[in-house]
Design a protein around this ligand. Structure first.
Ligand code: HEC
Ligand code: HEC
Length: 355
């Protein structure tokens, strides 16, 4: 297993298949905890994790604290890519190296170890701790500098550069994506250029609780006491006392999203259409998504303990409606938005094969 097993270069460094979570470990039979994010575009843009106002006074929220922002992972628990890489390398359900020393001795036997020696000196493997930390820095440099992480080769990039027009359908989709009363997607998945003219990445790197339904494909969810609550744990441990952070996950990019076969942190949805229907019908048709008790009551936001369900976003459109109200988009409009999102696919990206 390599990093590329899960972050496939042919799939925008996202998952190569439609599994909700990938398999890893010594025998490649242990589930990971979360869906694999694409590593394209975000790595050299993600700010370090913070919850104080730092950058843009225009965005300041009057109630006080800024929404938490930044860091790597769905829960933002790593601030650097060299720290982040320690997790998959040593996680028993991912690459399952027993220790940094074991990793260094495997590296020493790898076909490319001579390049490593050439760069870092013939004695580098005499000190396994140093070899390990140099390997982490090499991974980080690759992720930050290799052009394959940010090709900007989508139709939308050509459109921003004035080289092509969007079709009528794509234009309608973009308008719905932007419309603050109906789609409001761009309020979090930002789609305008940066002040320096840079092309948008389609995320604000902020954390939100969307109330994505529990996913029975994840074996850990068979235990009624297990909840993946993102920012407040259990994978992340430093914010576990902050109840208001339970259920919050970091906003992902929309670039190459139309090529994925797994959506949201727990991989609960397997088509873009379903993911978009969830947004516009979460509240108008909750019975489509959540369990219903024998007495007929629907248990919304069932992937959080009862007491924490109030953390779920009910204030940002299109997540504000009541059961039975009209959804923000009809099915034709969903198809328009999908047409727009397809313009965010880079030229080289393949569709995942289904397992
Ligand atoms: C078994 C599958 C698997 C393997 C192997 C794997 N990853 Fe990941 N990667 C994931 C998952 C799942 C996440 C989300 C983790 C989380 O939120 O806790 C992730 C997240 C990341 C992120 C954070 C991205 C972001 O936008 O926040 C980076 C960077 C990353 N991986 C790099 C690597 C590198 C480098 C390697 C090899 C050393 C690697 N991964 C190996 C599954 C994998
Ligand atoms: C309030 C901020 C916010 C708004 C508004 C918003 N999103 Fe999201 N989006 C998120 C967050 C946060 C996630 C990840 C949530 C999770 O996994 O639990 C996400 C995830 C997604 C995903 C899954 C992507 C992946 O790689 O798994 C899609 C697709 C998506 N959003 C599309 C949309 C569309 C379309 C709209 C407009 C109808 C929209 N979003 C509005 C914050 C937002």
């Amino acid at each position: 297993m390599s990093c590329a097993t899960c972050h496939s270069p042919e799939h925008a460094y996202g998952p190569p298949n439609g599994l909700a979570v990938q398999l890893g470990g010594q025998k490649l039979d242990r589930q990971g905890a979360r869906a694999v994010p694409s590593l394209r575009y975000v790595l050299n843009r993600t700010p370090i994790w913070h919850k104080e106002y730092i950058a843009n006074p225009a965005e300041r929220i009057l109630e006080g604290e800024e929404p938490p922002t930044g860091g790597f992972g769905w829960d933002g628990r790593f601030n650097t890519l060299h720290d982040q890489a320690t997790f998959p390398l040593l996680a028993p359900n991912e690459m399952a190296n027993a220790s940094p020393e074991e990793f260094a001795s495997k590296l020493q036997r790898a076909s490319y170890s001579s390049e490593f020696r050439k760069l870092l000196g013939g004695q580098i493997f005499a000190d396994p701790t140093k070899a390990y930390s140099q390997a982490l820095l090499a991974l980080e440099s690759f992720e930050l500098e290799d052009p394959s992480f940010q090709p900007y080769s989508s139709k939308y990039d050509d459109y921003l550069d004035g080289k092509v027009q969007l079709s009528d359908r794509e234009q309608r989709g973009l308008a719905l994506f932007d419309d603050s009363k109906r789609g409001n997607c761009a309020s979090c998945h930002r789609d305008s250029r940066g002040a320096d003219g840079s092309h948008p990445i389609f995320t604000d790197y902020e954390f939100e609780a969307l109330g994505v339904p529990r996913n029975p494909e994840i074996q850990a969810n068979a235990s009624p006491n297990y909840y993946d609550m993102g920012l407040c744990g259990p994978l992340r441990s430093d914010q576990s006392r902050e109840q208001k952070y339970c259920g919050l996950f970091k906003t992902p990019t929309m670039r190459n999203v139309a090529t994925r076969a797994v959506f949201f942190h727990n991989g609960r949805f397997h088509s873009l259409k379903e993911a978009l229907r969830f947004y516009v019908r979460r509240d108008t048709d909750p019975r489509l998504w959540y369990p219903v008790s024998p007495a007929g009551a629907v248990k919304k936001f069932d992937d959080l303990p009862n007491a924490l369900r109030a953390n779920v976003d009910l204030i940002d459109e299109p997540l504000t409606r009541h059961e039975g109200a009209a959804p923000a988009w009809n099915d034709r409009e969903i198809e328009d938005v999908i047409a727009f999102l397809k313009t965010l696919t880079d030229r080289d990206v393949l569709r995942p094969s289904n397992p």
